[in-house]
Design a protein around this ligand. Sequence first.
Ligand code: BYC
Length: 318
Amino acid sequence: MENNTVNFENVFNDKIGKNEYIEPKDWMPEKYRKTLIRQISQHAHSEVIGMQPEGNWITRAPSLRRKAILLAKIQDEGGHGLYLYSACETLGISREELIRQLHTGAAKYSSIFNYPALNWADIGAIGWLVDGAAIVNQVSLQRTSYGPYSRAMVRICKEESFHQRQGYELLLELCRGSKEQKAMAQDAMNRWWWPSLMMFGPHDADSAHSADSIKWKIKRETNDELRQKFIDKTVAQAEFLGLTIPDPDLKWNEARGHYDFGKIDWEEFNNVIKGNGPCNKQRLEHHVKVHNENAWVREAANAYAAKKAKAAKGALVA
Ligand code: BYC
């Protein structure tokens, strides 16, 4: 007798092989689903927690123009969080559960947002270096195999490249300003350079999830490949600003066609992702506090949606 049963795993592997998207209703291995939930939720949490270090500077922006730009940027980050939570929910997990995982520490967010924004130049460094690193990673993720994640990335990348340029322009103005302003920019560079390199995650040899994620085309390039891309494109930008990258081992390697760079302090990275960075406690406590204080907004939105649904049903019956 002919066997008509579809082998779902073969269909899935076939799609991955042909670079076709996996969509929410398609069959997928449980581990693929779990890896996506972990990565997309970590990404969403990063966007939202990342609003905090910048939000701190809205009231202290040095001009109305800078304030308007910063407000718009932070609002974009909130929007990115929302696209990503929605993409994550298509994998069968609720927003409440995702937030619970963030609040209990079961889900991480990017290490970078556990560092403080100490002076105005830090806002430039966050745009230039942090958004710059995020773009390198996210351009690659535009080709991720999960459709809703890929589509969210396309839109996010457009906005992030504006963010990166506003950070660079802010720093350029400081670097062309007074001696004190230039020194502020250099100080920000010194503090944000190494944490920005850590955003790409551990070296490939120590990356627990990379092998599966590359196999399933969730990740298109490895942590080390993306980190190298970021360094290679950022050095010339630092030179143009007249800033020194705080790495004495940074040197062009003609044979490799890439910059060599110094050792990353993985002890610091591990400490930060374990919850012991300079601002971990503050960031999480703030999120929990605001989430609880604004429970009424969620209740009101739900009540309004229920009222609208009931009215629509009534209109259908009538
Ligand atoms: N921070 O096996 P690995 C933005 C964890 S926000 C914390 O290599 P993977 C912006 C990793 O989760 C953009 N944890 O993992 C917003 C894993 O632990 P678990 C943020 C990190 O997933 C506002 C363990 O280490 N972008 O642009 O294959 C203002 C082993 O790592 C980090 C994203 O979130 C880290 N840096 O690769 C301004 C990008 N690195 O989960 C700007 C999306 C690693 O087993 N995510 N870990 O407990 C990714 O591309 C990947 O998840 C990573 C890590 C490359 C980050």
